[in-house]
Design a protein around this ligand. Structure first.
Ligand code: SF4
Ligand code: SF4
Length: 437
């Protein structure tokens, strides 16, 4: 069959007698009549059908070459990279006290010291800007805006280094949003601020319980006001963390955003995600009913429900597309406040998953992180491979304390992808979400 093995097809309920073909490689979708599909499957496409299917990466002249190309895709992506992205933990201090905080076991007044910040600038300038790469720093915490002088100093230095080196510097924030006022955004824009990721957990009651200030006071109203004030000045990525018991009340935050005058077209896709257990813990600990697998029926129901409600209100959601894990990408790194290096912020609670230090460089993490664990016959033959690449390495860590195999998402995709594709076709401005990881 010359159709790509990395596609799925479903009956189109809005057009009886037709199918929707979705390329998991390109994220493209096309409607084809059952009659023409039968001719294509017999190897008799018209010239224009063949050209269209090739453009959409739904057709391949040689399935063996296509499969080998998928096996090689991470190496090719790494070789092409011109942009380095570092997630930098500026401080483990925070002005909120969220009971579910992922970093709850090691949060505290632990800022990045000046020497570590200087070393960070030196290493990024030498190893990245010096090799002609653009640089993005994602400031992370705790709450990164509680270490504002350090954030500005790092940005100023890297901005100057990039300018001298003929590359570009930009920064983004992963912030709780309480300090993200308009004057602050205006101060940070000239230093390269491009976007901020902000969390609002559903209704005011849920949010204020899940994300209170350290004093116990709710933070929903403060964050909502800041979002309204800054959303036209900086790109905002809004999201929220739900549980099985409260996800149905999350559309309330979308209604509040609309009522407060937020323009959905000015926001990046909304990303809702289930609450995960604390970093550094395994299933042996009390996880407080948090999520350990990505295919629980309630999670599939929650993902589809929240996506539909988000789209119905005119907000965008992420499209399903190529999902190479940042662990496999050489141009992605996490720098902890003490200068230790990781490949994913979710691993900060497991010192054994550190891959090196700023002072000594990066060691070999191919075994500890099971690079290429998806290069099995089963995965290479799986239509979902481009969306999955073996799933999230965090979930086996949480379940068993080791990255000891893939986290197969097939049950999730079997149950949800058809509906996700259909939602995308019915809401063409804002097609689809990534499955929760
Ligand atoms: S805002 Fe983030 S870092 Fe701060 S307590 Fe809440 S989850 Fe933890
Ligand atoms: S882990 Fe499962 S869903 Fe993912 S590519 Fe392999 S077989 Fe497919």
């Amino acid at each position: 069959m010359p159709l790509s093995r990395y596609h799925v097809r479903y009956p189109d309920p809005d057009c009886p007698g037709s199918r929707l073909l979705f390329s998991t490689k390109k994220g493209s979708v096309v409607r084809i009549s059952d009659r023409r599909l039968a001719a294509i499957l017999d190897g008799n496409p018209t010239v224009s059908e063949r050209a269209t299917l090739t453009r959409l990466e739904l057709w391949t002249d040689d399935p063996a070459v296509e499969r080998a190309g998928m096996a090689d895709i991470v190496a090719r992506t790494n070789a092409r990279s011109r942009r380095f992205v570092a997630t930098v933990v500026l401080t483990l201090d925070c002005n909120l006290d969220c009971p579910y905080c992922f970093e709850g076991d090691f949060r505290g007044n632990f800022p990045m010291e000046a020497d570590t910040a200087r070393l960070l600038v030196e290493v990024v300038t030498r190893d990245q800007i010096g090799r002609g790469r653009d640089v993005e720093i994602r400031f992370y915490g705790g709450e990164p805006l509680m270490a504002l002088p350090r954030l500005k100093a790092i940005s100023r230095s890297l901005q100057q280094a990039a300018e001298s080196g003929g590359t570009t510097y930009s920064m983004s924030l992963v912030t709780n949003g309480t300090l993200l006022t308009r004057p602050l955004v205006e101060e940070l824009l000239p230093l390269g601020l491009e976007s901020a990721q902000v969390t609002l957990d559903g209704s005011p009651e849920i949010h204020d319980r899940q994300r209170p200030f350290a004093s116990g006071r709710g933070s929903y109203g403060t964050i909502l006001k800041n979002v309204v004030d800054v959303h036209k000045s900086v790109t905002l990525k809004l999201g929220g963390n739900f549980t099985q018991d409260n996800f149905r009340r999350f559309p309330r935050m979308l209604d509040d955003l609309l009522a407060a005058g937020v323009d959905p077209a000015r926001l990046d896709p909304i990303q809702f995600a289930p609450i995960l257990p604390r970093s550094g813990r395994t299933a042996g600990h009390d996880a407080g009913g948090c999520l350990f697998t990505g295919d629980e029926p309630w999670l599939i129901e929650a993902a589809l429900y929240l996506r539909e409600e988000t789209l119905a209100r005119g907000f965008a959601v992420d499209r399903p597309g190529m999902g190479i894990c940042m662990v496999e990408l050489e141009d992605r790194l996490v720098v902890n406040r003490d200068g230790t290096l990781y490949k994913c912020p979710a691993f900060l609670g497991w010192p054994e998953l550190s891959v090196g230090t700023l002072a000594e460089g990066i060691g070999d993490y191919s075994e500890s992180h099971r690079l290429d664990f998806w290069k099995t016959e089963t995965c290479l033959d799986c239509a979902y491979l481009p969306l999955c690449f073996g799933g999230c390495r965090l979930l086996p860590m949480l379940r068993r304390g080791a990255i000891d195999g893939v986290d197969c998402r097939k049950p999730f995709f079997d149950a949800a992808l058809e509906k996700i594709i259909l939602q995308g076709v019915r809401h063409p401005r804002a097609p689809a979400i990534r499955p929760p990881s």
